[in-house]
Design a protein around this ligand. Sequence first.
Ligand code: CIR
Length: 256
Amino acid sequence: MFKNCIVRRPCKAMVEGITSAPELGKPDYELALKQHDSYIEALKKCGVEVTVLDALEQYPDSCFVEDPAVITSKCAIITNPGAGTRNGEKAEILPAVKKFFRDDQIEYIKAPGTLEGGDVMMVGDHFYVGRSARTNEEGIKQFIAILEKHGLTGSEVPLEKVLHLKTGINYIENNNMLVSGEFIDKPEFAKYNKIVIPEEEAYAANCIWMNGTVIIPEGYPAVEKAVKDAGYDIILVDTSEYRKLDGGLSCLSLRF
Ligand code: CIR
């Protein structure tokens, strides 16, 4: 069960955030703030304390706090984001992580290793790590060594198309995996009960399990039905403005 979440308010500069889908238009900042309020409310409904960090204007993508840190049951890992404009976010997340972890429980991914938390998917004590344009072989090597030092395990998943691993696959506990696109047939995930997301709703593969409830982006009826049919309580949150920056529900929080 999760007890805590860390989120960061989006900054006005988010309209200049990185995107692979400029055709969706720039985010509406006021609407993004309202959606962030709803996101925080949804997390609180799932029984966690939410630490809300101030917006950081110098980092347009800094509301996506999942990327500069990974938090496990045993340790926190400050990453080394592969996106140049995001790399400095690692120093900004550290003080928040230090409120929950002692110095000897905090580990660091170091150059030339790069890694972003969006590439890390936790399944119990095992962590799948996507090798992407943001997360390199050396970053994964360091990450797995850190996990093993703390009694956890990790394995690499090569990515073909998606930005981050969790762009296309998410674990919602009870052996259930939401899978889309390139993840539908990957042998690594054959042992899970796969809930296949139709191509037109691929964005909604990025749902989060929060203490028995699954938070789902609003506007994806097939995913909503599939998750309900699997027996979960659900909460819908509109993330349309974050989608314009390739961001989803998981990207907006650290959950631990
Ligand atoms: C980026 O390209 O870094 C941001 N615009 C989106 C980050 C999404 N984060 C995530 O999937 N964990």
